[in-house]
Design a binder for this molecule. Structure first.
Ligand code: XMP
Length: 317
């Protein structure tokens, strides 16, 4: 029978045999899949695993530093690359959602390729691909695809010519979580909500500026920390805030304001294919709205998204 412990033992043994003394490079995202893949590879080949974690400037508030610390605590051999400016420059003036995804995918590949070149004699690309991704990329890109469709761009960078090792490619998400738990992965990391690869870029409707990123990071941080402190975080499948391309009139003291509006979104789901909005307590929404409007300069209105998928999607872009 399949157990997480058996899976770890068998996978580590077969990775040892497959990889011998070879070096592997792997991109960590801060999420569960790439982290579990890294732990398995690390157990098999130790310092021959080289991890790269890219800050695209579109992560949650303080996420880059926090995640990097967590990985260093796991003794992974990791390089953090702060490429925020490069991503934000490439995105300047772009408001089309698919265009944003393409630019982020392409920039990520460029940054990763530059870093991978600094590692001598690397032979393998490690990936946290799980079974549903395998199915998805076969249908989108054909069976040889090694990177998710949203990262797929024309012309193969050098690192994509590496041999690919994907220790999780036969597992579903819940099995990945069980494997992570059996290797004592940090509970905070294991229980994290999904977060899209393009990050806050697809939660800022319209064009992206550093100031909008800062505003959204503050709003999102208040919302997510609130969910945690009210014991609601684990009851929600995914949550986040969206910065709308709308200014609305408000009043502050005797002054009329004309500032940004943000939407909060929290959904229940099993796989993201369908989703229902979560009936969050009014007290919680009231407190969160007050906190956001009082603490985040530039925001004077908060709305809660009560749309389910379908026909709405989880993200607004
Ligand atoms: P939608 O908005 O399609 O989202 O209902 C379903 C799930 O997919 C995530 N999502 C993405 N993840 N790259 C990703 O890695 C993307 O471009 C992307 N778009 C949506 C979304 O956060 C939700 O979990």
């Amino acid at each position: 029978t399949w157990t997480p412990d058996n899976f770890v033992d068998m996978t580590v043994a077969s990775l040892k045999e497959q990889l011998g003394n070879d070096k592997v490079v792997l991109a960590l995202s801060g999420g569960v899949d790439s982290s579990v893949a890294a732990m398995l590879l690390h157990r098999a080949i130790g310092k021959n695993l080289h991890c790269i974690f890219v800050n695209n400037g579109l992560l949650r508030k303080n996420e880059f530093e926090r995640v990097l610390e967590r990985y260093e605590g796991m003794e992974l051999n990791i390089t953090g690359v702060d490429a925020s400016a490069r991503f934000l420059n490439a995105l300047a003036g772009v408001d089309d959602p698919e265009q944003k995804r393409k630019i982020i995918g392409r920039t990520f590949i460029e940054v990763f390729d530059d870093e991978a070149h600094k590692i001598k004699d690397v032979k393998w690309l490690g990936q946290g691909t799980i079974y549903p991704d395998v199915i998805e990329s076969i249908s989108v890109n054909g069976p040889s695809a090694t990177i998710k469709s949203h990262h797929n761009v024309g012309g193969l960078p050098d690192f994509m010519k590496l041999k690919v090792v994907e220790p999780l490619r036969m597992l579903f998400k819940d099995e990945v979580r069980r494997v992570g738990a059996s290797m004592d992965m940090d509970a905070g990391l294991l229980g994290r909500h999904p977060f899209p690869g393009p990050g806050l870029a697809i939660r800022i409707l319209g064009d992206i500026t550093p100031e909008k990123v800062r505003i959204l990071q503050e709003v999102d941080d208040i919302f997510i920390n609130g969910l945690k402190s009210w014991g609601l975080y684990n009851k929600v499948w995914q949550a986040g805030a969206i910065l709308l391309p709308v200014n609305s009139v408000g009043v502050m003291g005797d002054e009329r304001t004309y500032e940004k509006c943000v939407a909060l979104r929290a959904v229940e789901s099993t796989d993201g294919m369908t989703a229902d909005w979560v009936n969050l307590p009014y007290d919680f929404l009231q407190k969160t709205s007050n906190d956001i409007i009082n603490k985040v300069k530039g925001v004077n209105r908060v709305v809660y998204d009560i749309s389910s998928k379908p026909p709405a999607t989880i993200e607004w872009e």
